[in-house]
Design a protein around this ligand. Sequence first.
Ligand SMILES: Nc1ncnc2c1ncn2[C@@H]1O[C@H](COP(=O)(O)OP(=O)(O)OP(=O)(O)O)[C@@H](O)[C@H]1O
Length: 297
Amino acid sequence: MTTSSSDIVLTNITQIFRGASVRSVGGEFKAVDNVSFTLSADPPGIVSLVGQSGSGKSTIARIILGLQKPTEGSVTYRGKDIYKLSAREYDAYRQEIQPVFQDPYGIFNPFYRVDRVFWTVIKKFKLARNRQQALAKIEESLHAVDLRPEDVLNRYPHQLSGGQRQRVMLARVHLLQPKFIIADEPISMLDAAVRVLFLNILIDFQQKYGMTTLFITHDLSTAYYVGGKILVMSKGEIVERGDIDDVLVHPTHPYTQMLLSSIPIPDPDARWQDKTSLVDIEGAMPIVALPDMEVPR
Ligand SMILES: Nc1ncnc2c1ncn2[C@@H]1O[C@H](COP(=O)(O)OP(=O)(O)OP(=O)(O)O)[C@@H](O)[C@H]1O
């Protein structure tokens, strides 16, 4: 695969946790095992990292964000190992790579109104020359995530719904215009209707604003909805990868087949069952879209 310098390139990443807290005998646990992949900036895309709980997905997210130096291997961006950047270079990296987490409370201070989230970012990264320009940018970012400024800016975080808080987090990301979004289980606390809204915004961010997302989920349905590429992770290893349509229709690894077989058929008359067929007719859409989702392809 050819890579450009503005890609994020993970090469042979291994993460071993040591100490009393780890579960294996001998006090060592390999959470990530020799993982390599590239997040391409050009063209922008969505890459879903899928696997069951404990497979190592969040560890990879932390490693990419520069929060967890891997035991072995490298993450490079613009040709440089991100764990060898100066403080100034790392700040620049973190402006271009933005996290989106499951629980957006981390970006809010409960004692301040929501608008402070945006003013803090504008000041820290010097995104506007004056107050008027800053306000225009904030409003543009809120509109990009389908929020009205008057509905959120003067409220306190607890006065917003979970979906509004998540969208404020996405508006913050929009304000920063990063090249990459690392979204770790961003929708698992949202209800189905709000999930679709959130996923559509991620798709918009890719298509309209050229951002690449690493979308971490344990849910194949939502990975299928956002499209693009998929990396399937099991016990710290990437066991299958490719275009999502190919992988889900023709899974080759037993683990992917097992994940697929545990998806319920969205048929109101059908009950959960151990084994379900992935497609009813060869070439038809896999039965993985949630019932109320419109697949945008
Ligand atoms: N700091 C740590 N010390 C010891 N073990 C850890 C540490 N961080 C993660 N682990 C272990 O590494 C494994 C992978 O964790 P990770 O959070 O990456 O999985 P995950 O796929 O994101 O799971 P989930 O979907 O539940 O968030 C787990 O078994 C976890 O207990």
